[in-house]
Design a protein. Sequence first.
Length: 170
Amino acid sequence: MSDPAANTQDEQNVSGKKTGEVFFYHMTRSPLEATLPVLLQRSLEAGWKICLRGTDPKRMDWLDERLWTASDDGFLPHGQSGGPHDANQPVLLTTQTEIPNQAEALISVDGAAVSADEMERMTRVSILFDGNDPDAVAHARSQWKEVVAAGCTAKYWSQESGRWEMKVSS
């Protein structure tokens, strides 16, 4: 599977209640600034508004700059939270827990928290973590346990072979 963001169908549990999918991206070959634009573009192509949540405002400033120049043939429309047009942003970068742009997809970077409610109501949650950072890997493992405990579908994607492949699904 070379295109992990292409599958946009919702999962349903036994009771028929909609539950989202939580995709874990274990980045070992590509850094965040290379992986993130691809996931954002695929999510936009699926018709989703996206909330990109991080933990450090300076890091979000850095990502904001990278996203403006991520593509040679266009740009990824986005903005940082705190402006007058937050609700209209197709991709909103934030460190806050509020999601003012009514996103269908949530992307968590740098260990940003994702609530059980968000896991259940979002069409897709993606958790990107640096596989070369033992603390990030340990944090992602604890997030995986939270996803499973919330009854949501968790999918683990690895790029150890050189391309993204789903290795495990709960």
